[in-house]
Design a protein around this ligand. Structure first.
Ligand code: PAF
Length: 274
């Protein structure tokens, strides 16, 4: 497995499948990498980028305390079948003054009352870094986790807007046996708050047991509260546009999206409304 620090050394991997990450890798990332190895462009290599992107943190403390575990990450990438790890320098990603150029976000990341509302500035940072990673690695395809559903849709909107011929592949959420979606943030949970965190996946199940959108959203919200989660949103939306569900829309094209705080840790989850 190759380790590349400068974009000039990425030429042999043009046409690869890219898995963008911020490191601190766990089993869900391994699943993204394995998913990438099964893509038909994987013969050009699977490149995992590891870059803790300062532009997407609203809280500077969150950025500085973000876990950096390169040796462990390297071993995980190798086991999962990556061809190359790209660990860019900040200058490669953000040449001087590039952070001053404004970003006009696509509709999927604005005014929806979801992540866009609770993490102001976050999607500008994600858009900036993903566009730059695509420019530097020239992938044929890129794999994103479905757990960050709005981010996955943003990546799709980005390639359309930037006219980039990149296949954006969603990889299913990996869960612990009790249903908790895997996330680097789960490390911050105690045994007590981990129990509360189950409120998110159970909220999705509660929404699925209801037949109309309003009851589903209420049930999801109540389930989070009952588990001790401080909900931020519980929404049933059109899975592709994240707009309201139309009354004639088939139920399987809607998505339940939830987020909340559990003992100071912010968690999110989503699932099909089925
Ligand atoms: O999901 C993440 O880890 C990040 O938002 C991403 C896509 C790697 C961009 O920094």
């Amino acid at each position: 497995m190759h380790i590349v620090h400068y974009s000039a050394d990425l030429a042999p991997f043009r046409g690869c499948v890219l898995v963008p990450t911020m490191g601190a890798l766990h089993a869900a990332h391994a699943s993204l990498i394995e998913h990438a190895t099964r893509h038909n462009a994987a013969e050009k290599g699977v490149v995992v980028s590891i870059f803790v992107n300062p532009a997407q943190f609203n809280d500077p403390n969150d950025f500085s305390s973000y876990p950096r575990t390169f040796e462990r990450d390297q071993a995980l990438c190798e086991r999962a079948g990556a061809t190359c790890i790209y660990v860019p320098t900040v200058d490669d990603i953000y040449p001087p003054n590039s952070l001053n150029a404004p970003i006009k976000l696509p509709a999927i990341a604005i005014g929806l009352g979801l992540e866009d509302r609770f993490r102001p500035g976050h999607f500008e940072g994600v858009y900036r870094v993903v566009r730059r990673l695509f420019e530097l690695t020239h992938p044929h395809a890129a794999v994103f986790g479905e757990k960050d559903w709005q981010q996955l849709l943003l990546a799709r909107a980005l390639v359309t807007r930037e006219k980039m011929m990149i296949d954006i592949v969603g990889s299913p959420t990996v869960r612990d046996p009790d249903g908790l979606a895997m996330s680097s943030r789960n490390e911050h949970l105690s045994s007590e708050t981990r129990e509360s965190a189950l409120g998110l996946s159970r909220a999705i199940a509660a929404a699925c047991a209801e037949s109309d959108v309003a009851s589903a959203e209420r049930a999801a919200w109540r389930t989070m509260v009952d588990h001790g989660v401080m909900p931020e949103y519980a929404a049933v939306r059109n899975a592709e546009t994240l707009g309201p569900v139309q009354c004639d829309q088939p139920r399987e094209t809607a998505r339940v999206l939830v987020a909340g705080q559990v003992g100071g840790t912010r968690l999110l989850d989503n699932g099909a409304w089925n």
